[in-house]
Design a protein around this ligand. Structure first.
Ligand SMILES: [Zn+2]
Length: 182
């Protein structure tokens, strides 16, 4: 009897200690309850992959995710519009047009933003005194694209050169990209 109780308590503690972090979803979206669970699963898998293939530790919580209309990400955008964004507060904005469950490339966009999330958790969004803010932005973007590339390649995809913007610090001291602004 006591043994049984002990085993149950142990199992309960183990499960709660290793349960995947839950997802907090904001904004209007058309995701069913099952798709929300799939998204949480997908993001937890991606964070596990990052922990395994980089020096970043496993994140023990998921970022808040908000689905937004495309124009929210860039009101003036005409071509090469951004489809996702990571905010300085640690939130992940995803365009409603993204097809993250059926298109592996679009799923890798979620991965890209999670790369920014682990950078943010590790303090890489804190400006270092004396450093150029644009160079800091540039380093984060280049690393996030390199990680996205590695992840997507490991899952059978290949990012074409035109799908990877080339970033540079422009004359205005701001991060610019060719061909896409991100
Ligand atoms: Zn980025």
């Amino acid at each position: 009897m006591f043994q049984c109780l002990f085993v149950s308590v142990f199992l309960f503690l183990s499960c709660s200690a290793f349960a995947d972090p839950k997802l907090t979803l904001l904004g209007e979206h058309a995701l069913t309850r099952f798709e929300q669970a799939d998204l949480a699963l997908m993001m937890n898998d991606m964070l596990r992959w990052i922990a395994k293939h980089s020096a970043y530790p496993r994140a023990n919580e998921l970022p808040v995710v908000e689905f937004v209309p495309p124009k929210v990400l860039d009101p003036e955008c005409e071509h090469y519009c951004p489809v996702a964004q990571f905010t300085p507060e640690g939130k992940l904005l995803l365009s409603k047009v993204l097809d993250i469950f059926h298109d592996p490339l679009e799923a890798s966009v979620v991965f890209h933003e999670l790369a920014h999330y682990v950078q943010w958790r590790s303090g890489k969004y804190i400006h270092k005194e004396g450093a150029s803010e644009c160079e800091e932005d540039l380093a984060r973007e280049n690393e996030a694209y390199a990680m996205q590339h590695a992840y997507y390649s490991a899952h059978g995809g290949y990012l074409m050169p035109f799908q990877t913007p080339q970033f540079f610090c422009g004359n205005d001291g701001k991060l610019s990209a060719y061909p896409a602004d991100h």
